[in-house]
Design a protein. Structure first.
Length: 250
């Protein structure tokens, strides 16, 4: 592995999702990059479902960083965050700039973009319908129909529904995460290399949000031609290869 490449990848999921929602993406990224992956849950989800979610991205990031440091002391990791996870990744990098050398933002946003682009009105309506379902399976079917395009990705709704049996998430977690995301302002600059990735057919966040982030950070941007908001689920191999080739190139 080249000296400049990350020694590992910290993966951070987005709104109302937990580490298990990555499914096999970490395996793809490890195979492509040769570096291990560590996926940590946000407060209020997964292993942290018993704790309330903070209402600011900075507080969420501080919580994630504390648990990362407890598990790892080696510098020069990479951060990869999806949507809200991208915002958290940016703040983790600000809090511990020497610990991380690379940041990948996937379908993310900030107050650089108008609210109607950061959460499309139609997507908000569909998300509200999804969260109103009493059945976990029906809720996940609605969410995967909103966020993915490939048939194999949409089949993930079935195992995803079982996650809530062992780690039930409170409705307030999503509301508090939405509040944190809505108020998030990106930092002025980064000390790390940054790659911005977006999906052209993202039904939740407009691709223009990624374009604004890329211009703001003077970062490289790549676009998937057909995937949805949950790009790591729609096409994990493509994302892993793109991230790995970018990280190894610099």
């Amino acid at each position: 592995m080249p000296k400049s490449a990350p020694v590992g990848w910290l993966l951070i999921r987005g709104l109302g999702r937990e580490a298990r929602h990555w499914f096999d993406f970490p395996d793809h990224l490890t195979a492509a990059s040769g570096a291990p992956c560590l996926a940590l849950d946000l407060p209020g989800t997964g292993t942290e479902a018993h704790r309330p979610s903070p209402t600011s991205v900075r507080e969420i990031a501080s919580d994630v960083l504390e648990r990362f440091v407890a598990k790892n002391a080696e510098p020069r990791w990479g951060l990869l965050g999806l949507s809200l996870g991208g915002m958290v990744a940016l703040e983790v990098a600000q809090l511990a700039p020497l610990a991380f050398s690379h940041i990948v933002l996937v379908n993310s946003s900030s107050t650089l973009s108008p609210s109607s682009k950061r959460m499309k009105p139609r997507a908000l309506l569909k998300l509200t319908v999804a969260l109103s379902q009493s059945s976990a399976l029906e809720r996940e079917k609605h969410i995967y129909a909103l966020n993915t395009y490939s048939p194999s990705a949409r089949e993930r709704a079935i195992p995803a529904a079982t996650f809530f049996e062992t780690a039930p998430m409170q409705a307030s977690t999503v509301l508090r995460q939405l509040l944190a995301a809505a108020r998030y302002a990106a930092p002025g600059q980064l000390q790390q290399r940054c790659l911005v990735v977006n999906a052209r057919l993202d039904g939740m966040v407009a691709p223009s949000c990624s374009a604004r982030l890329a211009r703001h950070f003077l970062a490289e941007r790549v676009e998937h031609p057909f995937a949805g908001h949950d790009l790591p689920c729609d096409d994990p191999g493509w994302l892993a290869r793109r991230v790995s080739s970018w990280a190894l190139d610099g």
